[in-house]
Design a protein around this ligand. Structure first.
Ligand SMILES: Cc1cc2nc3c(=O)[nH]c(=O)nc-3n(C[C@H](O)[C@H](O)[C@H](O)COP(=O)(O)O)c2cc1C
Length: 437
């Protein structure tokens, strides 16, 4: 993607009001991505902008969303548009959460604290990853409680139980249990770049970092440069040298639904199960105690060749949408994408890369800008579709999408016809069905 941002880094760094005016002119997530690419060292930029193996699922997430066309409606009084949604019982300004992303504190110094602060100010939940740089306690100290915490079930169950306790003590509002990582998908870019935390000093990594001096200066100015939730907390991991060894042993292939029920008992609060892509798994997750699901393929970073999240969504909503809140993530880069997901039955979306691009571009101000862009785009798209409230959004907002060339065309078409009545995505009337894929 060519970078179309007209300003130099020095201009972007200028103090207010010139910089504020420039930030306001950043019009899209693409603009933020372009700035992030210029400002974040290649090995960390690639870590964000990468998927597993051939990256086919990573790209399918975006492409399948983009294929869904809106139904333009006119003269429907869209003067006041209400974008608020209750998520797990809390009123949010948008139907959106910030997904857990490991190493956000390497994209920008103190990244998790900055993103959590921007999310709080915008009125949407932030989710802290197990493999964050800033720790649970650090984020709680700087931002207050209420953020969500994402958990991997690792082999050391004592450590997992202790993490759950720490999340409770930090005042976390929900626990997000990620299930799609029993082993790590191979990400070629990370292997080639020799990604490690903190970065191993090789001629190539040194060059990559020195070419981003502002990033280096901020990193040198913070003590937060390793995995804050783990180093010093997990048994035998007092320093970063032992950490790599520990991680490689900790991914647990034995995780089963019994563990999900165990986590639910340990936690006792709202539990979100993340990484579900199959209707049978969705039913099992709800049976095991999930209060919400995230339909997700980990942003195309795990099972390459898995369906896009948007194509898996309707079937899962049809299966469990009447029992639980079904969210989705993967490929959401605009307010238009949010509306597409809601139209196919998502209760809310999560964003990963979209906010990381903002973070890499401009720190907290970049995440704030990302959320403002998504809000503006969602509001404008709803207006142009003649929709004044989220409760009125269903698949009638979409018309026949051109999915003919999609690898998943057949799946999408069968999903469209499988949608059951009585779920959030009400089946359209006959008059309207003809237009809907
Ligand atoms: C850089 C990066 C790191 C991630 N780290 C985690 C993680 O630690 N835990 C997790 O459950 N998901 C993780 N994910 C997946 C996200 O939570 C989310 O599923 C994904 O980013 C959604 O796709 P999108 O980036 O296209 O919005 C990560 C994603 C990215 C891009």
């Amino acid at each position: 993607m060519p970078c179309a941002m007209p300003w130099t880094d020095a201009e972007m760094n200028a103090t207010a009001p010139a910089a504020t005016a420039r930030v306001a002119r950043i019009g899209s997530i693409d603009d933020l991505q372009c700035l992030a690419r210029r400002r974040v060292p290649k090995l960390f930029y690639d870590y964000v902008d990468g998927g597993s193996w051939s990256e086919s699922t990573y790209h399918a997430n975006e492409k399948d969303l983009a294929r869904l066309c809106f139904r333009q409606r006119v003269a429907r009084d869209v003067d006041k548009i209400d974008l608020r949604r209750r998520i797990l019982g809390h009123s949010c300004s948008l139907p959106l959460t910030l997904a857990p992303t490991g190493l956000a504190g390497m994209v920008h110094a103190d990244g998790e604290i900055l993103a959590a602060r921007a999310a709080k100010a915008a009125g949407v939940p932030f989710t802290l990853s197990t493999v964050s740089i800033c720790s649970l306690e650090d984020v709680a100290k700087h931002v207050g409680g209420g953020f969500w915490f994402q958990l991997y079930v690792m082999r050391d169950r004592e450590f997992v139980a202790a993490l759950i306790e720490r999340a409770r003590a930090a005042g976390c509002g929900a626990l997000v249990l990620t299930l799609d990582l029993p082993i790590q998908g191979r990400r070629h870019k990370d292997v080639k770049n020799g990604l490690s935390v903190p970065p191993r000093i090789t001629p190539a990594s040194l060059l990559a970092m020195l070419s981003r001096p502002a990033w280096c200066a901020r990193m040198l100015g913070t003590p937060r440069r390793t995995f804050g939730n783990i180093v010093g907390h997990a048994k035998g991991v007092g320093g970063t040298a032992a950490f790599a060894e520990w991680v490689s042993q900790q991914f647990d292939r034995t995780v089963s639904w019994r563990d999900v029920a165990w986590v639910k008992r340990q936690w006792g609060g709202p539990l979100v199960v993340k990484g579900v892509l199959d209707a049978d798994d969705a039913r099992l997750a709800v049976d095991a105690g999930a209060d919400a699901l995230v339909v997700s393929n980990h942003g195309g970073r795990q099972l390459d060749g898995a369906p896009s999240s948007i194509s898996a969504l309707p079937e899962i909503v049809a299966a469990v949408g009447h029992r639980t809140e079904v969210m989705m993530d993967g490929g959401v880069r605009s307010g238009q994408d949010i509306l597409r997901a809601l139209a196919l039955g998502a209760h809310a979306v999560s964003i990963g890369r979209a906010y990381l691009y903002g973070l890499g571009a401009l720190g907290e101000a970049g995440v704030t800008r990302c959320l403002a862009i998504l809000q503006d785009e969602l509001e404008a798209t709803m207006a142009l579709c003649g929709l004044a409230e989220l409760g009125a959004v269903d698949r009638r907002a979409l018309i026949g999408a051109d999915v003919a060339h999609s690898r998943q065309a057949a799946r999408l078409a069968s999903i469209a016809s499988a949608a059951a009545p009585g779920t959030q995505q009400a089946v359209p009337s006959n008059e309207e069905t003809a237009h809907v894929w």
